[in-house]
Each structure stands twice: as structure tokens, then as C-alpha cells.
Design a protein around this ligand. Sequence first.
Ligand SMILES: [Zn+2]
Ligand SMILES: [Zn+2]
Length: 282
Amino acid sequence: MKFGVHTSIAGGLENAVSHAKRIGCDTFQMFSANPRGWRFAGPKPEAIERFRAARAKSRLSPVVVHSNYLINLASSDARIRSASIEAFRRELERARALGADFLVTHPGSARDGGRQEAIERCASALREAAHGLKLDRLTILIENTAGQGSVIGRTFEEVAAIIAAVRHHLPAGACIDTAHCFEAGYPLDTAEGLRETLKHLDRTIGLANVRVIHANDSKTRFASHSDRHEHIGRGFIGKEAFGRILRHPKLARIPFICETPIDRPGDDKRNLTMMRKLAGKS
Ligand SMILES: [Zn+2]
Ligand SMILES: [Zn+2]
């Protein structure tokens, strides 16, 4: 099994690699630029070289990039839509330049109009952003959401519909976030609920299309539709349920990556250790 955390690029992209290695990750996730800015300038070629060299030496795999939070591929506002497509194209270019395996993105928010239209807008925005780009081995992963407000991707069906609509144009799969599942109303916290949820996941998205799991506990209650991550075992999903998730044979080949809070230095390493312990792999 592969375990990792989301690591910081503060001070240089290659710091994400060295930190992940230092705390004992097998894999990691990072941003490739400021996740809350529209800054279009990419990293310099030297910075990309340093990152690639550090990554090759580290043997960490897969490398996952999470896209910018301001991007809204489902927006019906022409200005936001074109800025989002432009920004997502830069995300694709940066992730490919870094040699990343996966680029994770949230599907976006419907605001006005129906959810079906929003799903179609998201899929067409993805196709437009990737048009004519050489992606090498980069695969785009659509992440399920807690379903706050008019955000799409709350159900596995919505994520599956986006993947199906882009699949013939670009390599696409899913990233499943455990906190988002629970907050969206999938009862991962009980043995029966986990069984039903995985069955449902397999019938809709297909387990083979789930390439990354974001392993996060939830600070908010079941079906809250409010996205707040908690340390593994300390939220409403809880330790026992996380043990069942981490030991589930159908999930064993999928990398688990924490996006848990860092309230004190070392929290990322503690969550990594906790995952391995609950998986029976420490
Ligand atoms: Zn995310
Ligand atoms: Zn996530």
C-alpha cells in the first residue's frame, strides 16, 4: 500500500519532495503554484529541473498535483469561465512539465441553472483547457465534493458523468475524498455503510477509475455538506471506521493521501503514522 500527505512548496517546488521523503511518505500531493491566486507565471525551467531531479532520486510515486481553488470549470459566467479554462490549461502545462502522474480538480459550482447543465459546462471546459496539449502520462482526476451550496460532484453519479463526457478526449479518472463522501451523505463510518458506499462507487464511477484517495477525517457531522478536514481518527468518521477503510481489500491498490490540518509541527507525519497503524502496516 502507498501512503502520503499533501506537502508544501514554500521555498521551492523541490521542498515538497524532500519533506515527503523526510517524513516517510511513499507518494505525495502538492500545489504547483499559489492555490488561491490567478498568477499565470509558471515556475522557471531551472525550478522544474530541480523538482524533477529531486523526484527521480526520491522514487516517490505517484506525484499528485492539486489544482487552484479559484478555478470554477462549471461557471455560467463568461468571464469566470474563460479565466478558469485559461488557469486550468496552465495547471495542465505545469503538472506535465513537473512529470506529475495526476492532476486533481474540483468540478466547480453551478450557481444558476441546473446541475446537469453545470456538469456539461465542466466537461466542455475540461476539453477546451486540454485541447491540443500533449499530456504525456498525466491523468486528470475529478474529486468528489461535500456538496456545499451549488457545488457539483456531491454524488458519485455526477463525478461519473463528468468522466464519461471527457474520457474520449483526455485521460480522466476520480479522486475520492473520505471526508467529502461522509459530509455529502455516504455513511463510511459504519461497516454496513462502507460496504454499500463501495458497492455504489463501483457501480457508478467504477473502482478501477479511482486513482487516488484523499484520506481525511471530518470535523463536521454526517451529511453536513460542510467541508472541514480533521486528523485521522479524531473526527466524526473516527478511528474504528478509518481502520475498516484502510484495511479494505478493494482499496489496497489505491494511494492514500492525507490533507489533514497542521495544527502543530509534525501533524502530517503523525497522520501518516496513524494511517499505517490503522492499516496494519506499521
Ligand atoms: Zn480537493
Ligand atoms: Zn480532498
